[in-house]
Design a protein around this ligand. Structure first.
Ligand code: FAD
Length: 500
């Protein structure tokens, strides 16, 4: 270890972000002697409603060596094969953004171009016919990915729904077992050095906590990154006007489906996330188009009697102008907020952590290194913002002022270019490594009724009679896997029994 290496880290906040950071940093820095302390206030609660994830969550859990057979029962988790969107294009309309592969690549051409050709040939294909995840979801069944078996199982991917409060508790035990010290205190303020770096955290009631590196996981308030360091906030309300959520759990009315449901509402949308012990529901809405009382009435008339009073949360879509400033890195809600339509927040915590490891500093805190981190995360936030915005901007709905406004609002340049490119030739040109690939964009375009003028011309180089024969075979192979798979409920019960 160099004599400039980081010797101590202070994490402020014990929500999902704080404990995820504690787990990954303690895992990565084990054996270096770096001391990690997490301080969380007993009086300031966590948001605790982050319940739906995306497939890379499994990479994170594996990296920090979590035993899934223990994690799934402890967090009341269920499996998620994708998101089903209801009423987004038009009321009564429904579409899937499933995980995993779509059809098969034919002559190395992406299948969604083959799909467009099939439609142009009058075959009337539908996206769920060629996605195992969507077919399993519609049947309420669950299979696990198996890369050893050629066929649809090899390309299947899944994620989890879980109770965020239980996850924080689970990760806390995990991190504490790895030597992370937990301090149950409230941070009163950050004391700054003359050069603007954080020197120490003053604790309410007396005492201080000093460290070389500070991780701000204090939630929306951004106690260090904003209140102490004044990073500034880039407000995206003009594109994503939803600024409130009402969250309320209900009891199960049937077996838990293995997917998240996102239902468009009068002034936003509603999530439905099945857990083992309850269903999480919430209405994400824009206070410019509906007041809180009317939003609550609309939510309750959709979900029925909740198990607890609806909880209100307020936020502003956007991100910190810099997510790493001097010796402080913000993660989770302290770094920014995107509505949970594509379940990106917890993933952004993972991604921020991976990028922090890729740019791990020493005590010199090279400013070019910090700038590189900020550029990478800003770009990631912006591509997610555009992808979320896509769900709104091509709607055919005009039944409320909120929906009429969605197609009238101007778009960020990059999204406008992607829309134009897709409409012309069915491509998006997502960069290698982008979370939402051309296929993800295809699902949303297709579900929202946007069909490109032309498909990949190289698809015409394949023998279409052979392609025509492959399509029903693919659907039949998917149907065979679905028929052999247990129900989601039975698959969960087996895991819970195994861990008992
Ligand atoms: P919080 O949960 O707010 O935790 C903040 C922590 O900081 C707390 O422990 C608090 O005690 C501590 N703290 C604050 N001030 C002080 C202080 N002065 N001293 C000491 N400690 C302090 N994400 C998804 O991935 N999927 C979803 O489906 C999803 N749904 C969401 C729905 C809504 C309506 C909202 C608002 C968010 C959703 N999210 C979702 C985001 C997700 O909840 C958060 O990204 C995640 O929980 C991380 O939160 P956090 O740890 O950053 O902040």
């Amino acid at each position: 270890m160099s004599d400039r290496s980081i010797r101590s880290i202070a994490i402020v906040g014990g929500g999902t972000a704080g404990w995820m950071a504690a787990c990954l940093l303690s895992q990565t820095l084990r054996g270096t002697g770096c001391a990690i302390t997490l301080v969380e206030s007993p009086d300031i609660g966590t948001v605790g409603v982050g319940e739906a994830t995306i497939p890379p969550i499994f990479d994170f859990l594996k990296l920090i060596e979590v035993d899934l057979d223990a994690f799934i029962p402890a967090t009341q988790a269920t499996f998620k094969l994708g998101i089903k969107f209801d009423d987004w294009r038009a009321i009564g309309d429904s579409y899937w953004h499933p995980f995993g592969t779509f059809g098969v690549s034919i002559d190395r051409r992406p299948f969604h171009h083959v799909f467009h050709k099939a439609r142009a040939q009058g075959l009337d294909p539908t996206a769920p016919q060629f996605s195992l995840a969507a077919a399993l979801g519609d049947a309420g069944r669950l299979a696990h990915p198996d890369p050893r078996v050629p066929g649809p199982l090899a390309g299947l991917r899944q994620a989890l729904h879980f109770d965020a409060v239980l996850v924080a508790r689970f990760l806390r035990d995990h991190a504490e077992r790895r030597g992370v010290r937990r301090l149950e205190r409230e941070v009163a303020e950050a004391k700054l050095r003359d050069d603007g770096f954080i020197e120490a955290l003053a604790l309410k009631g007396g005492g201080e906590l000093a460290a070389d590196l500070y991780i701000d996981c204090s939630g929306f308030r951004g106690l260090l990154i904003e209140q102490a360091l004044g990073a500034g906030y880039e407000d995206w309300t003009r594109w994503l006007p939803c600024d409130r959520a009402l969250a309320a759990p209900t009891a199960h009315a049937g077996p838990p489906p293995p997917y998240t449901q996102a239902v468009a509402m009068d002034a936003g949308w509603r999530w439905r996330i099945p857990l083992q012990h309850r269903v999480g529901n919430g209405y994400v809405y824009s206070s410019a188009f509906i007041d809180d009382g009317a939003a609550q009435d609309e939510l309750l008339s959709a979900i029925g009697q909740p198990l607890a009073e609806p909880r209100k949360l307020s936020f502003t879509a956007g991100r910190r102008k810099t997510m790493w400033s001097r010796n402080c890195v913000a993660l989770g809600l302290a770094s920014g907020f995107l509505e949970p339509l594509e379940s990106t927040s917890i993933h952004l915590v993972c991604s921020g952590l991976y990028k922090l490891l890729d740019h791990f500093p020493d005590r010199d805190f090279a400013s070019v290194n910090i700038a590189a981190y900020n550029r990478a995360l800003a770009d990631e936030y912006e591509t997610y913002r555009d992808f979320i915005l896509l769900h709104y901007c091509v709607t055919a709905r005009d039944d409320t002022a909120f929906w009429r406004d969605r197609t009238a609002a101007p778009l960020p340049d990059r999204l406008a270019e992607r829309l134009e490119l897709y409409r012309a030739c069915g491509r998006v040109d997502a960069k290698p490594g982008e979370l939402f690939t051309d296929l993800s964009w295809f699902y949303i375009f297709e579900g929202m009724g946007v069909t490109p003028k032309a498909y990949d011309p190289l698809v015409d180089a394949s023998n279409f009679q052979q392609v025509r024969a492959v399509l029903p075979e693919l659907t039949a192979r998917i149907a065979a896997v679905v028929a052999q798979s247990p129900t989601h409920e039975a698959a969960l019960a087996a895991i819970v029994r195994r861990s008992a």
